[in-house]
Write a protein that binds this ligand. Structure first.
Ligand code: SAM
Length: 363
């Protein structure tokens, strides 16, 4: 099936820009960097402490894998048992080995990366982790995130696509998102951490090897990200968390310090959503059954569902909670037969907006 799909899809587009960025990235992650400590800025690294269950899973990941970690967030949502997960730009495999434990023996994790040096580290420790976990459910594949068909990922075959500080490095981001929504099952989730910018950066900086490698030159302008996702079929992506990035390095600050960068975690679902949040009078109640979230579940940075507390939600939020793998953790009442107008929303770009603690949600 994957090969049939590959046959009808155009080959991955090669332009001077894409091949130059690809070469720069391969060299940076394959040769220039030997460990996390070699990074010049904090863009490609996470400083926030992970939640306890992820810290426990990390403690069982091989040290060499962790030494080559270049992620910028924690793209690991809950409710993973038995899921098939695809990690785009898996690098040395840190997140893949954490996910391996969270999906368990009935789940599966596929990591894709184009850089041999990174994959060598990831693959070298496959047997070590299989012994440590008591099962083997991880598969690392050499490939491009713009062309998942060639990497053997079939249409509608994946429950969750994750990615940690990789999308910014792609020279063809629209194609990546088209591929993501092709491989996701209906109701599947995209959950990514990456670097975003508050503007489109000048062309002269887009191929600067250090700025590319440090995840800055290709950082997605937030509005372009919204447009690309919309064209790929998702008009309502949700920001889960967002924090400003300090560049730190003086030379880099001089080159690119006019722009503001943020490290964000974003989720999006493969669902037939509307482009605005509409009010159908639907109500969602969280059961408190996600193991690590007994008291409340944050769908995004302005939807906190307290256990047992009914919350009025828009039609899109209702679908995210009732037509995805989160469905068994929620009761969503009402349907879309009666429309009450536009739902009162907090625009998704108002990061840091107060969470809705009232009975009324916002989208
Ligand atoms: C900043 S590192 C992050 C690695 C890993 N996610 C982590 O958290 O450690 C970026 C990784 O993405 C890979 N990569 C970048 N662009 C890619 C592409 N177009 N296709 C496949 N892999 C890519 C690089 O080879 C590198 O391993």
């Amino acid at each position: 099936m994957a090969n049939d799909t590959a046959a009808i899809r155009p080959a991955r587009a090669e332009t001077p820009h894409t091949s130059s960025v690809e070469a720069t990235v391969k060299e940076y992650y394959g040769q220039v960097l030997a460990s996390t400590a070699d990074l010049k800025t904090t863009a490609c690294c996470t400083d926030a402490a992970p939640p306890a269950h992820i810290a426990a899973a990390l403690a069982r990941v091989h040290e060499e894998v962790k030494d080559r970690y270049y992620g910028c967030g924690s793209p690991i949502p809950p409710a993973l048992e038995g899921a098939t997960v695809l990690d785009l730009g898996c690098g040395s495999g840190r997140d893949a080995y954490v996910l391996s434990q969270l999906v368990g023996p009935t789940g599966k994790v596929i990591g894709i990366d184009m850089t041999d040096g990174q994959l060598e580290v990831a693959r070298r420790h496959l047997d070590w982790h299989a012994t440590e976990f008591g099962y083997a459910n991880v598969d690392f594949r050499q490939g491009y995130i713009e062309d998942l068909a060639t990497a053997g990922i079939a249409d509608g075959s994946v429950d969750l696509v994750v990615s940690n500080c990789v999308l910014n490095l792609s020279p063809d981001k629209p194609r990546v998102f088209t591929e993501v929504f092709r491989v996701l099952k209906p109701g599947g989730e995209l959950y990514v951490s990456d670097v975003f910018a508050d503007r489109r950066l000048p062309a002269a900086l887009l191929e600067d090897p250090v700025l590319v490698g440090e995840c800055l030159a290709g950082a997605l302008y937030t509005e372009d990200f919204r447009r690309i996702l919309d064209r790929a079929g998702c008009p309502d992506a949700r920001t889960v968390s967002s924090a400003p990035l300090a560049l730190g390095d003086p030379a880099i600050e001089r080159k690119i310090g006019f722009a503001a960068f943020t490290s964000r975690t974003v989720r999006a679902f493969k669902l037939p959503l509307e482009d605005r949040c509409e009010d159908y009078g639907q109500v969602a109640v969280y059961h408190g059954t996600l193991a690590e979230h007994p008291h409340a579940f944050d769908l995004d940075n302005h939807h906190r569902f307290h256990t047992g507390k009914p919350m009025l939600v828009c039609g899109n939020t209702a679908d995210m909670l009732s037509a995805t793998r989160y469905a068994r953790h929620f009761t969503v009442t009402g349907d879309k037969s009666t429309h009450h107008g536009l739902f009162p929303c907090v625009p998704s770009e108002q990061d840091g907006a107060a969470r809705s603690e009232s009975g009324s949600g916002c989208c």
